[in-house]
Design a protein around this ligand. Structure first.
Ligand SMILES: *Cc1c(COP(=O)(O)O)cnc(C)c1O
Length: 432
């Protein structure tokens, strides 16, 4: 007689959440339905644009292989530059695993374009923390732009958080680079939408048509259906362990924009004369292509996780930026945690809900490039990748946690719920 297949139910140990947290999550998710539908619409349009660029540029199996040594005639590298250029509306692009971070790519762009006696004006307040030393407004200045005789000026946001267009118009006269940071970074300023960037570009070009409008595009890619180059910016720069790498690219960065500017950047990246024609890709072409291919969908999952985070943390009484209903320009949700205990518990809880290193406990530390202690929760496949669910927070007033990423919404949501559970277990929040 044949054996009867009689599977025994297997006990699956799941997450243990307080019932009230699960109820709250259900309510928050239901209230995000509008934001989710919008994220899906954007992902579809961007996904189509990415696929079209693959097809138009004849990406082949040969492109996925890599080179060693000098990397002459690397078809994968050269084609990927063209695919990026098409996707971002650029004349040319430099996409390289050898950019060690977003800051490195931004630094190459700044030193590639600026010369002694030139002026750079930041139009969106103080730039991202790690760039302060690059510019020479913090640290000993050695090797900074300032050290090379580049002058720096800055236009702050208006009290209502809008860009100060009148002041921008005045200050960009005589500037070589007009610098825009799209995302909030570690600051309480608002993130710019592409419409905001369009307004700023107009002011700049009216005052000084020769200014190079450079945009730090980190965290902004694929959040909207347009990118800054399509509203008149000249150069955009970003990190591949954020949005455009989709958690698949293992490292790297990109620079895209006007051809002659990309060429200057390529001279700074390698050598004058060689530029982008050298640089082997090792085995990094495939993850870079695949990352770009997945990016629109992954970014939409990160945007959904961000909307959910803003909703549920607001329900728990924490102020969030942007507010749950506001239009998003990046994948970051800033949660004002009120005190250090809440902040640390939240970040440690995010870590507990991560796929990698869930059992380790992040602690605040002095991270290179930052001027106060930082706690970082990141249990990611790629170390430090912040398109994967992560929470970073400098331990300083007003104890803001910058929460971003989520490769998939279901796992991003779980990470946020483990954070909330951790806060509850540490008596940081009350549930009703
Ligand atoms: C992440 C980021 C950067 C670059 O950071 P890296 O950690 O060096 O990749 C620059 N600007 C902004 C706004 C960012 O969010």
């Amino acid at each position: 007689m044949a054996e009867i297949f009689d599977p025994k139910p297997v006990e699956v140990k799941g997450f243990e959440f307080d019932e009230r947290i699960l109820k709250l999550a259900e309510k928050a998710e239901a209230e995000c339905s509008g934001a989710f539908a919008e994220a899906d619409r954007v992902a579809r349009q961007n996904g189509e644009r990415v696929l079209r660029a693959f097809i138009n540029n004849k990406v082949s199996a040969a492109c996925l292989g890599g080179t060693t040594g000098y990397g002459y005639d690397d078809i994968g590298r050269d084609t990927l530059d063209k695919v990026y250029a098409e996707v971002f509306g650029a004349e040319d692009a430099l996409v390289r695993h050898s950019f060690v971070s977003g800051t490195h790519a931004l630094t190459v762009a700044l030193f590639g374009i600026l010369r002694t006696g030139d002026k750079i004006v930041s139009l969106t307040g103080k730039p991202y923390d790690t760039l302060e030393e690059v510019i020479g407004i913090r640290g000993n200045g050695h090797g900074s732009l300032k050290d090379f005789g580049v002058e720096y000026d800055q236009v702050d946001f208006l009290p209502d958080g809008k860009p100060d267009l009148a002041e921008i118009f005045k200050k960009v006269r005589g500037a070589k680079v007009a610098y825009i940071q799209r995302s909030r970074g570690y600051a309480l300023r608002p993130t710019l939408t592409v419409d905001n960037i369009a307004e700023i570009v107009k002011s700049v070009k009216n005052a000084n048509p020769d200014a190079v409008v450079m945009v730090d595009n980190c965290y902004g890619e694929f959040v909207e259906t347009r990118e800054p180059l399509s509203v008149g910016a000249d150069l955009i720069i970003g990190s591949l362990i954020k949005n455009p790498g989709a958690g698949i690219a293992e490292t790297g960065g990109y620079i895209a924009g006007k051809k002659e500017l990309v060429e200057l950047c390529s001279y700074r990246m390698t050598c004058v004369g060689m530029g982008k024609e050298v640089g082997c890709t090792l085995n990094q072409n495939k993850p870079m292509y695949q990352g770009l291919f997945f990016a629109p969908e992954v970014v939409s999952n990160a945007v959904k996780t961000a909307a959910f985070t803003a909703k549920i943390m607001s329900m728990l009484g924490f102020e969030c930026l942007p507010k749950p209903e506001e239009k998003r320009g990046d994948i970051i949700t800033t949660v004002l945690m009120k005190n250090a205990e809440n902040l640390v518990a939240f970040c440690q809880g995010v870590q507990k809900g991560s796929p990698i290193d869930s059992y380790v406990t992040p602690e605040p530390w002095d991270m290179p490039g930052y001027d106060s202690k930082v706690i970082m929760a990141a249990g990611a496949f790629n170390m430090g990748a912040s398109i994967e669910l992560s929470a970073d927070a400098p331990l300083r007033e007003p104890f803001a946690a910058y929460v971003q990423g989520g490769l998939t919404f279901p796992t991003g949501r779980m990470g946020i719920l483990t954070a909330i559970q951790e806060m509850y277990d540490k008596h940081c929040i009350r549930l009703i």
